[in-house]
Design a protein around this ligand. Structure first.
Ligand SMILES: [Zn+2]
Length: 296
């Protein structure tokens, strides 16, 4: 993908070098975890309240990761030094995110709706989220409760080593898939799907989960199409995305992990299904064509 001269997103939150701290009751609004000790605590509280007026994002502060003041006493605050390769991956991530913004702002506008831009959090190792404690081993994920995508850049390395080779467009596919979950959240698909899941058994619930995931793949395909329409695709890009889709299919992953495949336990779809739905989004560029729920 030819991305170097393209716009960077303003919605990247860089938490690399900060350590998340596991707390109890995460995801259930665990109170107000600011260390209110002495004057500095009070000062922070004042700043938090003042910043609230201006709509600033104080998540790092609320998580106990202070960007100013007595950093010496804060654990886990280390200067993060990115390798040149990581720098490039972070730059690319920012461009890929900006491309999802351009795409979905326009698409929502066509439907008379407004797209709310999500934040992409880059972190290293672990971090706190409104959906619980995020760890790199979980892979990239989207949290609807805070409308943020969480990405540890080491996932890109994993992709390169274990998941079909990687490449920039493959990374873009992963980002576009996670943003696809944000789109589903905004369209109300996620809530509806969770309601449906609560009324059925595990096997049926898994099938619904597969439909949600394949729709996110299809939305990623629409993103890929928008990249093509801007003449930014390289010849190898589509095969990069296809390799990745194949590598992260449930059947492939299960075969690797335990040697057998249990289709009833699939939650993301097979390699073939993931490829097909990505290509459907890519070929049609149409949200309607991504209706995985009315299929079969
Ligand atoms: Zn997903």
């Amino acid at each position: 993908m030819r991305w170097e001269n393209e716009r960077r997103s303003q919605n990247v939150e860089d938490r690399r070098g900060q350590k998340g701290r596991a707390r109890n009751g995460l995801g259930k609004s665990a109170g107000f975890p600011i260390p209110l000790k002495g004057k500095s605590g009070l000062a922070i509280l004042v700043i938090v309240i003042a910043a609230g007026y201006f709509g600033l994002d104080l998540t790092p502060i609320l998580n106990g990761e202070l960007p100013f003041g007595n950093q010496q006493s804060q654990q886990g605050q280390t200067q993060y030094v990115a390798t040149p390769e990581e720098k490039e991956m972070a730059e690319f991530t920012s461009v890929a995110l900006a491309k999802t913004e351009d795409l979905w702002i326009a698409r929502f506008r066509e439907q008379g709706m407004q797209y709310r831009e999500p934040t992409l959090v880059m972190y290293s190792g672990s971090t706190n989220t409104a959906c619980g404690y995020g760890q790199a081993a979980m892979g990239p994920f989207y949290c609807p409760a805070d409308e943020k995508v969480y990405l540890d850049l080491s996932f890109y390395q994993d992709m390169k080593r274990n998941l079909g080779g990687g490449g920039d467009f493959a990374q873009g596919y992963v980002i576009a898939h996670e943003i696809g979950h944000h789109v589903q959240h905004l369209l109300g698909v996620t809530t509806k799907m969770r309601e449906m899941q609560s009324r059925v058994n595990q096997v049926e619930a898994n099938k619904l989960s597969v439909k949600l995931e394949l729709q996110a793949d299809c939305f990623a395909g629409i993103w890929g199409r928008s990249i093509q329409d801007q003449n930014l695709l390289d010849v190898s890009d589509i095969s990069e995305a296809m390799n990745t889709a194949a590598a992260i299919g449930d059947d492939r992953l299960q075969k690797q992990a335990r040697g057998t495949v249990v289709p009833d336990s699939f939650t993301h779809g097979t390699s073939k299904e993931r490829q097909e739905w990505f290509m459907r989004g890519f070929n049609t560029g149409s949200i309607q064509a991504c209706d995985t729920f009315s299929q079969r």
